[in-house]
Ligand binder design. Structure first.
Ligand code: 13P
Ligand code: SF4
Length: 357
C-alpha cells in the first residue's frame, strides 16, 4: 500500500476526529511501520486505549486484555509489538518464550500492577492456606507466578465461578474485586487495608476470627490496588452528565467504584463496552474509561454520538506513540524479558484463564 492509500484509508475513518495535517504526518509513519512490520515478520497488537490514528492504522489485531492475550498465544510471527502497557507485553512473552516481544515505551506501567508484589501474595497465601488466588492480568509476571489463575475484566466472574470454591483471594484491584464479589454474591474483606505495622505482627484478631472452614458466608479476600484512572470517576459525574443529557447511556469499566458501576447503565471490559455501543441505538453514550476509546468508537461508528470526559487519561497507555512504535521495529526495543522459572509458573495461571471460554 502506498502512503497515499494509507492516508486515504485513515482519512475515511478519522477525518472528523484527527486534523488533516496530523493525519498526513501519521499516514507516513503508519506506512513505514507497516512496511517494517512485514520485513521483520512482526505482528502488532493494539489495546482499545490506543490513540485513534495508531488504533486505526497499524495493529493487526485490536481488543481488550483477554482478546489480545488470545491473539498473542496464537501468533506465528517472530516479533510481537505490543501497543499497550508492560503487563500486557509481559503476558505475551509468558505465552511466547521463543518470540521477541517489544513494548514501544519503556515506561508504560500501570498503577494496579505496581500495587502488589509477589511477596505480598506469598504472605496472603500463608494467612489463608489452601484458598485459591485469582489475579487480574494487570499484574507483573512474578505476581502471576504466585497465582492459581488469572482473569481479566471480561472473564472475572466466569473465572471465579470456574473454581467452584466458597472463598477466593482476588488481587489486586479493590474495585474490580468489589464488583465481582457483588455479582457472584460473595462478601469481601480487605486484610491488606490493615496498617503495615499490624500486618507485620501477629495475625490481626478479625482475621483469626475468620475460620474459613466454618464460614457460612461466601468470602472474597481483596487487596487495596486501584486504577489511577477509573478511581477518579464519581457518581456525581454521572448525575451531572445526566442532568445535561437525560437520554445519555453511561458505560463504566469494572475498575470503577461499585457506586459508579451501580449508577451506570452498563459495565464491562473495553471490548464489551465497544460491542454494547455497536449493538444498541441510544441517542448518545458516555464511556467512563480512558478517553481515546470514545474517539475510536466514534471513528468506527460515525452514526453514534459519543460524549467525551477527557480530563481523565491513562498516562501509561498514552506513552505509546506511533513514533516509538516505529523505533521499536527499527531498533528492536524495548525487549520484554521474564526469568524462565517465573515465566513457567505464570504461564500456568494465564493458560488456565485462556482455557476458560
Ligand atoms: P480491558 O481488559 O477491559 O481492556 O482493561 C484493561 C485495562 O487496563 C483497563 O484499564
Ligand atoms: Fe492500568 Fe488503569 Fe491505565 Fe488500565 S487505565 S493501564 S488499569 S492505570
Amino acid at each position: 500500500m502506498s502512503v497515499q492509500q494509507t492516508y486515504a484509508k485513515m482519512h475515511a475513518k478519522l477525518h472528523d476526529i484527527v486534523p488533516d495535517f496530523e493525519l498526513r504526518y501519521k499516514a507516513e509513519l503508519a506506512d513505514e511501520i507497516n512496511r517494517l512490520k512485514k520485513e521483520r515478520n512482526a505482528v502488532i497488537l493494539g489495546h482499545n486505549y490506543m490513540e485513534p490514528a495508531l488504533f486505526h492504522s497499524i495493529p493487526d489485531f485490536v481488543g481488550d486484555s483477554l482478546e489480545l492475550s488470545r491473539k498473542a498465544a496464537q501468533t506465528d510471527k517472530d516479533i510481537i509489538v505490543f501497543c499497550g502497557v508492560r503487563f500486557m507485553a509481559e503476558t505475551a512473552k509468558i505465552l511466547n518464550p521463543s518470540k521477541t516481544v517489544l513494548l514501544p515505551a519503556a515506561k508504560a506501567g500501570c498503577s494496579l500492577a505496581e500495587s502488589i508484589t509477589a511477596e505480598d501474595v506469598r504472605q496472603l497465601k500463608a494467612r489463608f492456606p489452601g484458598v485459591p488466588v485469582v489475579t487480574y492480568v494487570n499484574t507483573y509476571a512474578a505476581v502471576k507466578a504466585e497465582s492459581d489463575i488469572c482473569c481479566t475484566s471480561s472473564n472475572a466472574v466466569a473465572v471465579v465461578e470456574s473454581l467452584h470454591t466458597d472463598t477466593v483471594i482476588f488481587l489486586p484491584d479493590e474495585y474490580l474485586a468489589r464488583n465481582v464479589a457483588r455479582e457472584t454474591g460473595k462478601h469481601i474483606i480487605f486484610p491488606s487495608l490493615m496498617p503495615a505495622s499490624v500486618l507485620a505482627g501477629p495475625q490481626p484478631n478479625f482475621i483469626r476470627e475468620i475460620d474459613l472452614a466454618k464460614t457460612v458466608d461466601l468470602q472474597f479476600i481483596g487487596w487495596h490496588g486501584r486504577c489511577e484512572v477509573h478511581e477518579k470517576f464519581t457518581p456525581e459525574d454521572i448525575a451531572n452528565i445526566r442532568q445535561d443529557f437525560p437520554d445519555v447511556v453511561v458505560l463504566a469499566h469494572p475498575e470503577c467504584s461499585p457506586e459508579v458501576v451501580a449508577a451506570a447503565d452498563f459495565s464491562g471490559s473495553t471490548t464489551a463496552m465497544t460491542r454494547y455501543v455497536e449493538r444498541t441505538a441510544a441517542p448518545r453514550y458516555l464511556l467512563l474509561t480512558e478517553c481515546a476509546m470514545g474517539e475510536n468508537i466514534a471513528a468506527a461508528n460515525p452514526d453514534k454520538e459519543m460524549l467525551r470526559l477527557c480530563s481523565v487519561r491513562c498516562p501509561h497507555m498514552n506513552e505509546i506513540t506511533m513514533e516509538d512504535t516505529l523505533d521499536a521495529l527499527r531498533y528492536t526495543r524495548y525487549v520484554i524479558t521474564v526469568p524462565e522459572e517465573i515465566r513457567v509458573k505464570a504461564a500456568r495461571a494465564v493458560e488456565r484463564m485462556i482455557a476458560i471460554g
